[in-house]
Design a protein around this ligand. Structure first.
Ligand code: HEC
Length: 725
């Protein structure tokens, strides 16, 4: 499958990037934007706290010892084990009430901000929407440089879950970022200039990269996403110094006629049927990679199948390896070592890409080196990480697709009445899963894993006349699948969200803090007995890690979805987070803060006695009254169908925006007048809204417009509207 619009050449990018880099560098060292805390621009660049040491001076020995390097946050989950636990304890239960804002940095975006910042020797490296990279003084928030990889905005159409980026990796004086359009860029940590760039995907396919790279033994590992749109997932390792490709591991087999890359893929192909490769197959590893230096194994969490409906994807059945699995490979060669498939024949968008975590636990009277995982399918897994042996798997949220996981066979036992086909069935957890990419944390002091969890049922049904649209989401779902067969089962009405404290030794919940809606952020645990999280209601809070008692809170002015970090500079401990509502929950229309206006994305850093304050959030301009509705009820109904098919993935269910894309009930009179040129003419393609003329006819465009006018009038809260004719 090849996209309609031609690929963008990588050489074009490099030239554009170099130019952009030069322009940005010219602006580097300019005075801070208004509203930022004053930080005098230091003559000659770097501030005192960051000037002395070479930048991003990180190597394998330093990464392997990251746990004792308590001042820094050197890799995505702080250490290779990615427990997101910090031994820092200057901020603790007794003094956390004195926590205040030390500084903030405006990211200038209303799209989602999902990055975990890294901190190396007083410098913070982080990313924002559209894969833009920032280096900031970690003590003051002063900008050191900005690197914008100039992602073409039209690539936003392939990002199922917003144009987000979850952060960088550092090694040997370089900062590495995967860009939304599939490049891996190595940036000089001192200057912010591009050193090398590799195109890691075939841009004639709708791949996206949102995950943070990891560096292992001098190799940068990067995955990719895009399963829904029709791609074949893989992970690639590049030499950190030169960018030379070292290995690539495909997560699903390709076209058998072309031969298999490895014998494991030949084995995997026996678990597929039909012509799966035509839709890519999926399995995209878009977020998690953890590394065990003792075993020299890299563990990869793989994605869902494409399309979701298993009978369309692989008619005739089969487990469809390595979808929804943990795959262990040799970190130097990428050679397969073992795999464990969490959801055989995955059919519900159950990715296994949620953050993996390594720990040593005492289980059954002996020490076990384990992997812990809370994937979308709703079971919390503990596996032996040398062999992949399953040690426990218990539900952490309401689940109705499987009754339990059989510990002898390692396989889930599916519940037949929850299997959807042409008839609609509500399955829990739905496509948002029991837990998504929002990082969980483990405190070795409390022995608990803290999971940002949620579950809500979704009516799945297979579309009888599946038709693949190139470069568009191809789920194989039927938007009008009829009433759900199991709608009377009370479990299907469960809608929950909570921070769950899970005891991985006992394989059960210890306690929970309940939230009103899905969408709260990742978690950090510290030796000060603190548990830190940003919430869907716009608060940034600290709980007591032992029992969840609320110790401190502040307003972030926007929903916080990313994972917080802690570090220390100049003997002072900081707690920092990327705040910025967005991502999948926003796109489907979940609004934080009860729908109040949201601040732009920011990095927020707190310390004891911090006194900075956030400026008030600007109020949106008054709305134009919606135009009269002239279309028939039948046309409006057709418009609702087309909207559900092509628009709601970005503009929200029922045209209620979650805040990161425009709310189409609130279009201005000028936008109403431009509607066709935006939708069919592509006049906003350079801002992420491409033309839909290949899939939406002018007649359907008028129907969608009528539906949106109806929605605007129904929800209008201003002065009374003139009646429609
Ligand atoms: C892949 C994501 C995506 C999809 C799918 C999508 N849009 Fe958009 N749309 C956007 C973004 C991003 C913007 C904001 C562009 C800008 O900044 O002007 C936008 C803006 C718009 C606007 C201008 C709104 C305003 O108030 O300025 C209209 C109208 C619109 N979209 C209609 C549609 C319709 C109708 C569909 C379905 C046929 C659709 N969009 C599908 C991402 C999307």
């Amino acid at each position: 499958m090849v996209l309609r619009s031609g690929p963008v050449t990588s050489t074009g990018f490099v030239a554009g990037c170099a130019l952009a880099g030069a322009l940005i560098l010219a602006g580097c060292g300019s005075s801070p934007e208004p509203g930022k805390p004053a930080a005098a621009p230091a003559a000659g660049g770097a501030p005192a706290s960051a000037a002395a040491a070479p930048r991003a001076n990180v190597d394998g020995a330093r990464l392997a010892a990251a746990d004792t390097d308590t001042q820094n946050w050197l890799t995505h989950g702080r250490t290779y084990a990615e427990q997101r636990f910090s031994p820092l304890k200057s901020i603790d239960e007794s003094n956390v009430a004195q926590l205040g804002l030390a500084w903030y940095y405006d990211l200038g975006t209303t799209r989602g901000v999902e990055a975990t910042p890294l901190v190396v020797d007083g410098v913070m490296y982080t990313t924002s929407a559209w894969s833009v990279v920032y280096a900031l003084d970690a003590k003051t928030g002063r900008e050191l440089w900005v690197y914008d990889p100039q992602v073409p905005k039209r690539w936003g159409q392939y990002a199922c879950c917003d144009v987000v980026n979850r952060g960088v990796a550092v090694w040997g004086g370089k900062v590495f970022v995967g860009t939304l359009d599939g490049r891996l860029d190595a940036i000089d940590a001192a200057t912010g200039k591009l050193v090398w760039e590799k195109l890691t995907v075939d841009q004639s396919f709708p791949y996206t990269i949102t995950g943070a790279p990891r560096v292992v033994n001098g190799k940068v590992v990067i995955g990719n996403g895009g399963a829904e749109y029709g791609v074949r997932g893989y992970a690639t390792a590049y030499d950190a110094a030169t960018g030379e490709q070292i290995w690539r591991f495909y997560m699903v087999p390709g076209d058998p006629a072309k031969g298999f890359e490895t014998k494991e893929l030949e084995m995997a192909a026996k678990t597929w049927h039909g012509e799966w490769w035509k839709g890519g197959g999926g399995g995209t590893p878009w977020d998690t990679f953890v590394y065990d230096p003792e075993l020299n194994l890299l563990y990869i969490g793989t994605g869902n199948g494409a399309p979701w409906a298993r009978e369309i994807r692989s008619p005739g059945g089969g487990d469809n390896l390595f979808l929804s699995s943990i795959v262990a490979v040799n970190a130097d060669t990428g050679a397969y070592v073992w795999h464990y498939q969490e959801t055989p024949a995955e059919g519900w968008d159950y990715t296994a890409t949620q953050p993996l975590m390594l720990a040593t636990l005492e289980l059954g009277g002996r020490e076990r080196r384990v992997i812990m995982h809370a994937p979308k399918n709703g079971f919390f897994y503990v596996l032996d990480r040398a062999t992949g042996e399953l040690l426990s798997a218990e539900k952490f949220v309401p689940v109705n697709w499987a009754s339990h996981v059989d510990l002898k066979t390692g396989r889930p036992v599916e519940i037949p009445s929850s299997m959807y086909h042409d008839k609609s069935v509500i399955v829990l957890p739905g496509p948002l899963g029991g837990h998504s990419w929002n990082p969980m944390a483990y405190s070795p002091l409390t022995g608990l894993v803290y999971i940002p969890a949620h579950s809500s049922g979704y009516p799945y049904s297979t579309t009888p006349q599946f038709q693949r649209f190139e470069g568009r989401p191809n789920l194989g779902m039927n938007p009008s699948g009829g009433p759900a067969l199991n709608a009377s089962d009370p479990l299907t009405k469960t809608n929950m969200a909570a921070l769950i404290a899970w005891d991985p030794r006992a394989a059960k919940e210890a306690w929970r803090i309940t939230y009103p809606s899905a969408g709260s952020g990742g978690v950090l645990a510290t030796a000060g007995n603190l548990l830190v999280e940003g919430l869907i209601d716009g608060r940034f809070v600290v709980y007591r890690a032992t029992d969840g008692k609320l110790l401190w809170e502040t307003q972030a002015q926007t929903g916080v979805v990313a994972g917080p970090i802690t570090y220390s500079v100049g003997g002072e401990q900081y707690i920092a987070v990327s705040a910025g509502w967005g991502g999948i929950n926003s796109l489907v229309g979940i609004r934080p803060q009860g729908g109040a206006p949201l601040a732009q994305g920011r990095v927020l850093a707190f310390k004891l006695g911090g006194t900075a304050t956030l400026p008030p959030v600007p109020q949106p301009p008054p709305l134009d009254p919606p135009p009269p509705l002239t279309a028939s009820a039948q046309t409006v109904a057709r418009g609702a169908f087309v909207f559900g098919q092509h628009c709601q993935i970005c503009h929200g269910v029922g045209a209620i925006s979650g805040g990161s894309t425009p709310d189409l009930r609130q279009m201005s009179s000028a936008t109403h007048a431009d509607f066709d040129s935006i939708l069919l003419g592509g006049s906003r393609a350079d801002r992420g809204m491409v033309s839909f003329s290949d899939v939406v006819t002018p007649e359907d465009a008028a129907a969608v417009h009528a539906y949106l006018i109806k929605r605007a009038r129904d929800d209008w809260k201003g002065p009374e509207l003139a009646p429609s004719p």
